[in-house]
Design a protein around this ligand. Sequence first.
Ligand code: DGJ
Length: 734
Amino acid sequence: MVIHFDSDQQVFHLQGKDTSYCMQIVGSGFLTHLYWGKKITSYHGSNPILFANRRFSPNPDPSDRTFSLDTLPQEYPAYGNTDFRAPAYQIQLENGSTITDLRYKKYFIYKGKQKLAGLPATYIENDHEAESIDIFLEDSLIGLSVILTYTVFESYNVITRSVRFQNQGREQLKIIRALSANIDFRDDQFDFLTLYGAHINERNIERRPVSPGNQSIESRRGASSHQQNPFFALLRKDVTEDHGDVYGFSLVYSGNFLAHVEVDQFHTTRASIGLNPFDFSWKVEPGDFFQTPEVVLVYSSEGLGEMSRTYNELYRTRLCRGTFRDLVRPILLNNWEATYMKFTAEKIMEIAKAGKEVGIELFVLDDGWFGKRDNDKSSLGDWVVNKRKLPNGLANLADKILNLGMEFGLWFEPEMVSVDSDLYRDHPDWCLHVPNRKRSEGRNQLVLDLSRKEVCDYIIQAVSTVLASAPITYVKWDMNRHMTEIGSEKLPKDKQRETAHRYMLGLYYVLEKMITKFPHVLFESCSGGGGRFDPGMLYYMPQTWTSDNTDAISRLKIQYGTSLVYPVISMCSHVSSVPNHQVQRVTSLAIRGHVAMAGNLGYELDLTKLSPQEKDEIKQQINLYKEIRHVVQFGDFYRLLNPFEGNESAWMFVSKDKSEVVMGYFKVLAEPNAPFVRLQLKGLNPDFLYKHIETGKVYGGDELLYVGIALPMLKGDFTSVFWRFRTVEIHLNA
Ligand code: DGJ
């Protein structure tokens, strides 16, 4: 890993593990993009930026009609001075104009990686893990300095980028667009891959060719959203799971975002990502600065699988933090689908006892334990125990659960307020709203205004009081509606468009405080399932409730799509009852277990209603998961069959030393006269011998990789195979 500057050619060369990223200063100080891809030793100008006189592409310098920003591949393009494509940023000046002109000024290379003020970001544990460069661009007319920061990681094919706007002039600057990264590729032979969805149907995979004009995904919902994930990849046309060049863009942010791809008249492709400029602006006073979120760029020359393993590993080890980062996660039992909000302390104890009998390690009390909450019409914000349901209080219940030999966890939805709540009656101005406008409700609730410090402090104090009152070692942090009438009573009128981003900064402030105060608490984020499954939240909470959809068959796609970016350990996955509550499907306990075991396993059903046989099966699943979870949670993840492409799905986990393997195969519908199925495994050491635990047979790693292994004929709908392999010392012929 090294970053160097060739002053003769004016070329910056960032060399990562197996990747190179090159930029060049051309003309009178324009920073251009030269190359991003497989690592090269050095750049000698084999594919220089070419100049031609293109009509209708104007020239900043009239003496050179071949030079136009409209035809230049740029690193951080501006608006208004000869480039007609979408700019990376835009600033309004006091005179009302929106034209700025950035020129290269200087650079600064340093070991390590700096933190981003108030924002989540990937990190390093020692300075040798990464090298960074700050490239300073300047608009000397207005005293604007824009610092592009790039970090190269030693052990990953990752480059992170972020931007800082520093107002060193005398006038107030209003940022109206500030994306985190822009890359101008010099051709358009790409597919655009995104993760789209809906509540209970998150992170479907969409792959389409880029085409002339603009294509984009975004969130305007005040959260990263179920609908689009803050991620996209550009894929060369030949890309498969295991082959081809992939360029991933993942934004470390949990609010409104924009990911934009533009194919221009010359068939070049501009790709950018960052804060959504929609309904956004930010005033920067003289002497002040604005910091954009970080974007994590991943290059893979070995298809989507390798891109995912890079994101998975980086996010597991250098985005997630805290006590639980490197610990196997407890198998939990959650009462939501078992009782919803209709429960008593006795009922909870009955379910918990049944959980203990099957081997559950953590009991989670979900929504309904506070205020006077019996349904979603009241009490959010009133974080005091509901004495009618829990007459002896929370501590008493938690103690009893602890006495059974399990940990105790609790649900909160701290960012919200019910209209019917003491909090709202006391502070009707504490929610996002616009004066004299109706406050639209979602699930009968309003969104607290986290752009206000006093609201953030209330949340910290209210949740902390509960956490300090009982032995609670897990928190599910939920968020169940998106933002409307976005405005803050505290902000002046010319800063109202800062509200949504200020909310996110407020949220990150709250979360940082909470995890610092309660380092022994395992936090799980949730937003109606996976509505905020994004890198921003993972920085504070190392696991996420993947989806409110607990149906095993739906989960095949949801978990497969999620795995494109996010580590399996962060994907919580529960076995629930049948008929499934979201889609009414009836599947076997076996497949429900097998799908959930390909994540961070939990159960979410009334165990007291199950037969002794079913409880016994669950006990066996839990015992099995306890044996394999270190492989599932810390191993490398390989996708074998894509559920978006057909009736089957398969994936596997390989421990880092390649000695342990877990494999799952799933067939959705039965087929008449079905073909025989053989699976070629991935990620094994070809020289190792592997014992197939279920049959005791021994196979060579190369055999499993190249010949593959035959699967049994499966009968019926919704079937699965779940196998383990472990290396053995013996030789086949011994
Ligand atoms: C939405 C979550 O995703 C569910 O798991 C559950 O916690 C409910 N909220 C509770 O209201």
